[in-house]
Design a protein around this ligand. Structure first.
Ligand code: ZN
Length: 351
């Protein structure tokens, strides 16, 4: 399966934080042929191990969850009220179709409706709508009909757009943060399949990053790695109206290596080994501008007595909105950098 097809499967899968079973199942199917052992822990981390020539352990982390919403109330006319799961910009939420993951009735659909502009006052037209005032119209006309549809308080939902190829390796879909990272891990495992890696590589597909790096914390405690890399889909902001010094990363310029964000300051020793790997293989790369965002590395590096950790990201535009875009050559170059880094170990960094 080509990387674009891996990304398509993962992007189209449902995986709001804490409700990540479908993504986990797809990850498992795709990575199973390339690893020696797979287990899923009590909270939903999928941990896949590829044994290497030494007992040094590299943890490669990607999170399986995506930002979404949860039903918090169903009113007597059948409208759903909801709360965010993870960080949303309220301005971009209204006016989309959603997919609701019910407990026993499969997937149901609805629309985050807004009042028509015709009936709004000039002041109302200018003001963004608060999430507290938004609702989902599922086609039910009463609370009972919503219940008959199998919709309950606590059901998660997401805005769903199917994965689509745009032009020349430019693709769009939902949840590239962090299904792009999950795709990098699967493709890396595949490329290492025909060789014995110099160190043991543990591919950790962790839950709940968007609600506070939850899975990374418990996964890193169990794995107890010597070194870790979090692989992310991160903030591409090369777009009209944004000055260059506020563009954390740009599309088409290769993997983004983090120097410092809100959750970690990466050691220069680790930065230099990533840079050397990229330079030796002529892989283009960029720095993610400090100090935007935070990643699983924030939790991993503070695990146990402290773990040397870094972050490599696939640039994605429009993350934490209903739909994102990326360039497949950035995904490919991220895989090349991560694979090259594995092959460079133990190197000076682990010896
Ligand atoms: Zn993320």
């Amino acid at each position: 399966m080509k990387p674009v097809e891996i990304l398509r499967k993962l992007s189209d899968a449902f995986g709001v934080s804490g409700f990540e079973d479908e993504v986990r199942l797809k990850v498992r199917e795709m990575i199973e042929p390339y690893v020696d052992e797979i287990r899923v822990d009590a909270l939903g981390n999928l941990i896949a191990t590829r044994r290497g020539a030494s007992d040094k352990v590299l943890m490669l982390d990607a999170h399986t969850d995506e930002v979404g919403f949860i039903v918090k109330w169903i009113d007597d006319r059948g409208y759903l009220r909801f709360a965010p799961i993870g960080g949303w910009d309220e301005r971009v939420v209204p006016g989309h179709r959603v997919e609701i993951d019910t407990r026993n009735a499969g997937r149901r659909h609805g629309v985050i409706g807004v009042a028509p502009p015709h009936i709004l006052t000039p002041e109302e037209r200018k003001a963004p709508i608060k999430m507290d005032n938004m609702f989902v119209d599922v086609g039910a006309t009463s609370r009972k009909e919503a219940a008959d549809m199998g919709i309950r308080i606590g059901d998660p939902f997401t805005i769903h757009y199917p994965f689509t190829e745009l032009y020349n390796g430019y693709v769009t879909g939902k949840a590239f943060d962090d299904r792009a990272g999950c795709a990098v891990l699967i493709e890396t495992a595949k490329r290492l399949a025909e060789e014995t890696p110099p160190v043991t590589v543990v591919f950790a597909f962790v839950f709940g990053e968007e609600v506070g790096l939850r899975g990374a914390r418990t996964a890193s405690y169990q794995i107890e790695p010597d070194l870790a890399l979090a692989i992310e889909g991160t903030i591409g902001a090369d777009m009209p109206g944004v000055p260059e010094d506020r563009q954390p990363v740009r599309l088409g310029q290769g993997p983004a290596i983090s120097v410092a964000d809100r959750s970690i300051i990466v050691s220069r020793k680790l930065l230099e080994s990533l840079e050397t790997c990229a330079d030796e293989a002529a892989i283009p790369y960029q720095y993610k501008l400090p100090t935007y965002g935070g990643t699983d590395a924030g939790a991993i590096h503070l695990s146990r007595g402290g773990i040397l950790s870094g972050v490599v990201s696939v640039p994605c535009r429009f993350i934490h909105s209903p739909i994102s875009t990326l360039r497949l050559n950035d995904l490919e170059n991220t895989v090349r950098l991560v694979t090259g880094f594995v092959r460079s170990l133990p190197g000076s960094i682990l010896s």
